[in-house]
Design a protein around this ligand. Structure first.
Ligand code: NAD
Ligand code: MG
Length: 412
């Protein structure tokens, strides 16, 4: 296993300089929302980090810009057709350019102390898993990795002698609140949900919501997929599944509360009646910074929490009637047999179809539920033991869900 370079404070008390013990980072998903926040943390950390590689999906110019900004050694674009643009944008620099899915894996495997997994969706499974198998510490934002292939990821982390540090704000808060407590002393883990833009809307209004309305999240600025997931509370369902694998805790000890202010991100209730909570302003730079320098603390410019200005914190039970996606996700976790993998794949297709205005908002949960029922009845759903098995289920469910979308031949 690769040695973790500890961040050493310099004599001035600032983070260390690059030529001292800087921590080498690979940033997967560098051009996205989490990617950009990670860049801000790295740039503000006084040389505490150096960047071995960055990877992105299809925007060659944006990837080149971030590679140059970070002084990365290697830039990998998933879309092979963007290679010429990437190469041109990096000409005159010493940054190596490559494109295609195997280039993203190569980026993931560049020698580093920590790999930030911030690709959106199951596209992140293969590169993030490759980094884990190579013994890297993973700062994991890409929750779909665990929803698609949780058992394989957790087994690999143990086999590699490394760990997954949670960037997702709820899991990061829970991780911090848990401290080194024994899991047997944990009575309940609670993830909070902001409730998204439709928190107070009627069933009918939610059903007819447009992509613009669903993308208008009140508290967080995020990529499109996770924003749509948040609007229907599917995101919270994915996060409960993520927490189940990450913390190795059964579904009965996982709970969800709607908390509109997004200040308390997660709570851990212990067997003696104590409750620890993780609080922070809703700014992803907080958990990113925590993971990047763990177990040390960085000094950051992330938003500070002003509780007096917020005044009130409110909590309510989620309404499964208005937010059926949460129920569908929790049912999939309880059913097991690979249903989280099925759920994740069908959801990605449904969200994409909603964003392209091919289906209405309330059809997202319906399509996902139907995909889960179909996979149970025809045997597609089975517990994936390996990454390859998980990706095979993912592929089959995507194909089938796509073919059954309204307006496609097989749908009628
Ligand atoms: P985003 O859409 O803004 O960014 C996704 C990034 O992945 C982009 O850089 C894109 O180019 C890249 N990408 C896509 N396909 C790729 C591929 N095949 N290979 C390499 N790169 C690829 O998404 P985001 O909001 O930054 O979210 C990223 C992940 O973090 C998601 O799994 C999301 O659920 C999770 N997350 C995000 C937030 C947030 O605040 N944005 C919070 C918690 C968790
Ligand atoms: Mg979250």
């Amino acid at each position: 296993m690769k040695k973790v370079v500890q961040l050493r404070p310099s004599r001035s008390g600032e983070a260390s300089s690059p030529d001292a013990d800087s921590r080498r980072v690979v940033l997967l998903g560098a051009t996205g929302s989490i990617g950009r926040s990670t860049v801000e943390i790295i740039n503000g950390a006084n040389g505490a980090f150096s960047v071995a590689a960055v990877a992105g999906g299809s925007d060659a110019k944006a990837l080149a810009a971030v590679a140059i900004e970070l002084g990365a050694e290697f830039a990998a674009l998933a879309d092979p057709s963007g290679y010429a643009d990437l190469k041109a944008a990096l000409s005159g620099t010493a940054i190596e350019a490559a494109a295609g899915p195997e280039a993203v894996i190569e980026a993931a495997l560049r020698p580093a102390d920590i790999v930030v997994g911030a690709i959106a969706g199951a596209a992140g499974v293969a590169p993030t898993f490759a980094a884990l198998a190579a013994g890297r510490i993973i700062a994991l934002a890409n929750k779909e990795c665990l929803v698609c292939a949780g058992p394989a990821f957790m087994r690999q982390a143990a086999a590699s002698g490394t760990r997954l540090l949670p960037v997702d704000s709820e899991h990061n808060a829970i991780f911090q609140a848990m401290g080194d407590a024994e899991l047997s002393s944990v009575e309940m883990i609670t993830l909070t949900a902001s409730g998204g833009p439709f928190r107070t809307w009627s069933v009918e209004a939610i059903a007819a919501a447009t992509p613009e309305q669903a993308l208008a999240h009140p508290n967080w600025s995020m990529g499109p997929k996770v924003t749509i997931d948040s609007a229907g509370l599917m995101n919270k369902g994915l996060e409960v599944i993520e927490a189940h694998y990450l913390f190795g805790i059964e579904t009965a000890r996982l709970d969800v509360l709607v908390h509109a202010q997004s200040v308390v991100h997660g709570l851990v209730a212990f067997s003696d009646g104590s409750v620890s909570a993780g609080l922070a302003a809703p700014d992803m730079k907080v958990p990113i910074a925590h993971c990047l320098s763990h177990p040390r603390r960085l000094v950051t410019k992330a938003r500070r929490l002003d509780l007096a200005a917020i005044g009130q914190l409110t909590f309510e039970r989620p309404d499964f009637n208005r937010f059926p996606a949460l129920r569908v996700a929790l049912d999939a976790l309880r059913a097991g047999r690979g249903l989280p993998t099925v759920l994740n794949a069908a959801n990605e297709i449904a969200v994409e179809a909603f964003l392209k205005r091919r289906i209405s908002f309330h059809e997202i949960a319906k399509i996902v539920e139907q995909a889960c029922e179909a996979a149970l009845s025809d045997g597609v759903a089975r517990e994936p033991e390996t990454i390859d098995e998980a990706l095979a289920i993912d592929f089959a469910v995507r194909e089938r869900t796509r073919a059954r979308l309204p307006g496609t031949a097989a749908a009628s």
